[in-house]
Design a protein around this ligand. Structure first.
Ligand code: ATP
Ligand code: MG
Length: 570
């Protein structure tokens, strides 16, 4: 066993003491302790063909997390090998989202396209050593020749071309002499291999499309399998962490590293991907939701994308906390959405300021409160934050309460307002409802009430109690707002289960828009993206669609898990 440097050893010991534990971190600790590696390099390798989602957050937290814990480095590497699907918009968004999530790659920003020259050289190296050949079979024929899990494949008729012939053809592929799909370069491994990925995998294909970074320089592009491991090696990545579907690719990953003159020998380790209930996390599906207009865009607050979650008001630390509670294993599973919600609520309960807003206003006229007078009451910003401040809420003769908070003939257990009953208005006074005003159709349009001036601040000096405390907003000070109430985008926990089209499981009630919500005046100009609690209603954040006249608020989350309850009721 090699001696480890004190620095590394102490770092490892520290991580052992209080850091997270999982099989990946155990492997890394072992490799540091045995001297197999002297430092840790990981990478997060997104393909810029879509926006990052909460599943990617698991990979980001793991790769950046272990690099941080073990004093190593994590690279951000764009796996930009398919110009047919990749765009600059996605590259920019991915960087923004990784930073938002709280991670920093420093100077270590790379692109697979940085290595196109080197990778081309590696391909030529394989050809020269008789380990790769240009094939003229088309995609369908290649599939046919590949055999099945139970039958070996057959050699392509072009498999025995000489290195010179192959080099010439490969150069002509590069020069743009052929059309897309006309020829490919394949590694020459074993068409009878038990692992299908080893049956002469395609390593270069022709794509006649300009590339966001290399423009028209290339007509051929390496496949994921060829680019990935070699990029890892070029960056001296020590632990290449990826999801389980790449387990079957590991023999190929190792074969390529072994047969190429790469400067390092990275190793790949696989962990299970994050699947989340009521959500789809496949980029293909998320792209379809956007392009077919099932959502308003990648940042629709119902999307599980990081940009969607941000717009919805989910703080990044709650995503990190959620991911850390899941741990890292090789077990595939679907995580309950309620666990995510729990992490968000736990954080926001402590961190979010409270304000009052009335979503479905019902006017109450307090008849013994002088007309034109304003009583500025003190409201604490956050009861969970002892260091937090307070703000004032104006109380006036006309206020709004929630329509739901009044019932004319209320059952005993209805602890809100009804005719003849007394309730507390939060931070303000006790009021008693004295009259109900209706329109011709019998709809309640206004209430009359009296208040007890002795109860200012919310307590009665004579010690009498009330059962209910309602939120309210002064009618003459109210800021009118649009409020968007979001629910799960899908109404089934596993969208598309049982062979259904997953689009059939879209929740028709996933967005309810309220046009005339009334907010307390301190909410005018509330910063976009800062999440707060509307008392008794849930967590909300201001949306960028708002204007100075009419702010727009998104519901981040309800205060309780109303979905689970609704499901049980059926
Ligand atoms: P999709 O399968 O939806 O197309 P992808 O895996 O191809 O997504 P990439 O951009 O290639 O998307 O992913 C970058 C990294 O994020 C990869 O290492 C991948 O394994 C990881 N990743 C993607 N989805 C998840 C997930 N749901 N859970 C954990 N890691 C994920
Ligand atoms: Mg991928």
């Amino acid at each position: 066993m090699t001696e480890t440097t004190p620095q590394t050893a102490s770092q490892a010991a520290e991580a052992e003491a209080d850091g997270p534990r999982d099989f990946i971190r155990d492997i890394i600790k072992g490799d540091l302790a045995s001297g197999k590696v002297s430092g840790i390099v990981t990478r997060f390798p997104p393909e810029p063909n879509g926006y990052l989602h909460i599943g990617h957050a698991k990979s980001i937290c793991l790769n950046f997390g272990v690099a941080g814990e073990f004093g190593g480095q994590c690279n951000l590497r764009f796996d930009d090998t398919n110009p047919a699907k990749e765009e600059q918009e996605f590259i920019d968004a991915i960087m923004e989202d990784v930073r938002w999530l709280g991670f920093d790659w420093g100077d270590n920003l790379f692109h697979a396209s940085d290595y196109f020259d080197t990778l081309y050289g590696y391909a030529c190296h394989l050809i020269e050593n008789g380990l790769a050949y240009v094939d003229d079979l088309n995609g369908e024929e290649i599939r046919e020749y590949r055999g099945t899990l139970t039958e070996p494949g057959r050699n392509s008729p072009h498999r025995d071309r000489t290195p010179a012939e192959n080099l010439d053809l490969f150069q002509r592929m590069k020069a743009g002499e052929f059309n897309d799909g006309e020829r490919v370069l394949r590694a020459k491994i074993d068409m009878a291999h038990g692992n299908m990925n080893m049956r002469d995998p395609v390593i270069y294909r022709i794509v006649n499309k300009p590339h966001p970074r290399t423009g028209d320089a290339w007509k051929i592009y390496p496949t994921y399998d060829f680019a990935h491991g070699q990029s890892d090696a070029l960056e001296k990545v020590t632990h290449s962490l990826c999801t389980l579907e790449f387990e079957d690719h590991r023999p190929l990953y190792d074969w390529l590293v072994e047969h190429l003159p790469v400067p390092a020998r990275p190793r790949q380790y696989e962990f299970s991907r994050l699947n989340l209930g009521y959500t789809v996390l496949s980029k293909r599906r998320l792209t379809q939701l956007v392009t077919e207009g099932h959502v308003s865009g990648w940042d629709d607050p119902r999307m599980p994308t990081l940009t969607g979650l941000r717009r919805r008001g989910i703080p990044p630390e709650t995503i990190r906390e959620f991911i850390s509670r899941l741990g890292v294993t090789k077990q595939d599973s679907v995580v309950e959405f309620s666990l995510f919600e729990h992490c968000v609520r736990e954080h926001l309960n402590k961190a979010a300021e409270r304000r009052m807003a009335v979503l479905r206003p019902l006017k109450v006229v307090i008849e013994n409160f002088p007309e034109g007078e304003v009583d500025n009451l003190d409201a604490i910003d956050n009861p969970e934050d002892p260091d937090g401040g307070s703000h004032t809420v104006p109380f006036t003769r006309e206020i709004y309460i929630e329509q739901d908070d009044f019932m004319e003939d209320a059952p005993k257990k209805f602890f809100r307002l009804s005719l003849g009953r007394e309730v507390r208005l939060r931070y303000a006074f006790f009021i008693t409802c004295t009259d109900v005003i209706k329109d011709d159709a019998g709809n309640i349009i206004e209430l009359r009430a009296t208040y007890d001036p002795e109860t200012r601040g919310g307590d009665a000096p004579d010690g009498r109690k009330v059962k209910g405390t309602l939120h309210w907003v002064s009618a003459s000070h109210a800021v009118k707002a649009q409020v968007r109430l979001y629910d799960h985008l899908f109404q089934e926990e596993s969208p598309g289960a049982g062979g259904r089209d997953y689009l059939e499981d879209l929740n028709p009630g996933s967005l309810e828009v309220i046009e005339d919500a009334m907010l307390e005046p301190s909410l005018a100009g509330w910063p976009t993206g800062k999440t707060l609690q509307f008392e008794r209603l849930g967590y909300f954040c201001a949306d960028r669609d708002g204007t100075a006249d009419t702010p727009v608020f998104n519901r981040t989350m309800t205060l309780r898990d109303s979905w689970a309850k609704a499901q049980k009721k059926g």
